[in-house]
Design a protein around this ligand. Sequence first.
Ligand code: ADP
Ligand code: MG
Length: 586
Amino acid sequence: MRKFGPLGLFLVFIAVAPLVLPAFYVTLLNYIGLATLVTLGLVLLTGVAGIVSFGQQAFVGMAAYTTAALTVLMGLSPWLALIASLAVTAAIALLLGAITLRLSGHYLSISTIAWGIAVYYLLGNLPMLGQYSGLDNVPAVAVAGWTLDTGRESYYLIWVATVAALLGARNLLDSRSGRAIRALRFRGVMAESFGVDTAALKITVFLYAALLAGLSGWLYAHFLRFVSPHAFGVNAGIDYLFMAVIGGASQVWGALIGASVLTVLKEWLKDLLPDMFQRSGNYEIVVFGVLMMFLLHRTRDGLAPAFARLLPAGPARQRPPDAPPLATRARPPAGQPLLELRGVQKRFGGLLAVNAMSFDMHSGEILGLIGPNGAGKSTLFNLITGVLVADAGQIRFLGQPIERATQREIARRGICRTFQHVNLVSTMSVIENVALGAHLRGRRGTVSAMLQLDRQEEQRLFAEAARQLDRVGLGEHLFEPAGSLPLGQQRIVEIARALAADPVLLLMDEPAAGLRYGEKRALAELLRKLRAEGMSILLVEHDMEFVMGLVDRLVVMDFGEKLAQGLPAEIQNNPAVLEAYLGGIE
Ligand code: ADP
Ligand code: MG
């Protein structure tokens, strides 16, 4: 009952507001709803996925003009025009996204500025669209013969759309795709290593944000019954960014808070400031700028945390119930050739980080890869997992060449890894991080997530994540933010995440670093158990005591090359290895 309290109250408020409030406030709420739609898109795009867009107002404008032109000039019904508006929005978003999102860096953000300016001048200069005076007499929307031609009537249309979008976005973030979206901002390489198509996902988020803006534009045109370019200038785009940041850019409900605060404030300042300055002008943007700087100085998370107790609760925090286990992979019988490297080479400028590396690994063994710092071990991991592409040489996995395969293809074949530098989404809970590891074992996409058609699969993914966390001894920490655990435990979370992918070959980059003695023993015990179950493990580790008692065989690297290989006892007495270690580190 308490959990649904805030959401229930909000819905009741939205339902009765137009029945009891004066017309002025109903109109204000309409503007808030319209702004919330656009801001919500920005929250997902900028706040969660980390892609800054200055061009959302241009999507609003394109959709508003599409529907105005089709209904005013061509007499189309608003509902048909809705389909056309969203189609136009989607086509433009896909085109912009396809051109810019595959490039790294800030190309998209910059192109959204250009796109925003271009749309403003385009709309303002086309005689057919009324140039800067716009288009008048846009018809009202009719629902089942009822024409929504007052603010009070439009209200329900706007708020049904807004509430649906808010709930859809909330559901999306709490899903298989949502976890991947939340990894986009800082953990793209990690997400790819668990099979997430980050480029496609970025385009999906960009498209979703554009569609929300387009929906807002369509509603705007039929609520105001009038469109002109001024509402869709670059200023408006910055207002939306302010709303997202002030509300709390990474939270769904922050969109509502930011849109409400700014819309009300703007209305108020529009009367107040020109009086104060004795002349007219858009002074509110100065106030917003100062407000935002002040807010960011105090808290990076915007206003949402201040409203935390009023906001609907996040994802459930009970231990997931048992669910039918996910399908598992067939493992090759022990002793079969698993991984073969032949003459693998990688150069970084003048540095030959990996040179002529050749070795074989068999299924069911733990192979240790040791060597001084900078020997090239992590680089070799990156070559095997497709993060980097080798300059020369062959890598075969289960007999198939993988040296040109992408990270995702390699993950799909059953190679998973942990990272030397912990690569968790620190704001996401431990169990969500581990569930991300099982990404390829689920199927459900963004649309079924929004509609919550994914609940059964989600239960199975979470049950699997909980099982793996129990297995590594972190069953008590399921719902803590991953970033709040000590570093050693975060490494263990990485192991659970890799195990959740059900790998054939597990690559571990210094898993025992930062662990206490007892924890190291527990880890060694776990790795032995995994081996007994048929898992193959390639292990990079510095702690010799840990390595020697655990691995079946060792490969020693130094300056990018293979120095020696053999059984632990042979390596311990190998003069070249002793020399490298004594002359090197420790
Ligand atoms: P190890 O994991 O054995 O400590 P690394 O594989 O991390 O060693 O690094 C091997 C060498 O390659 C080091 O000299 C390191 O500085 C260099 N190196 C690693 N990654 C890069 C990179 N992306 N660009 C340039 N140099 C790199
Ligand atoms: Mg390393």
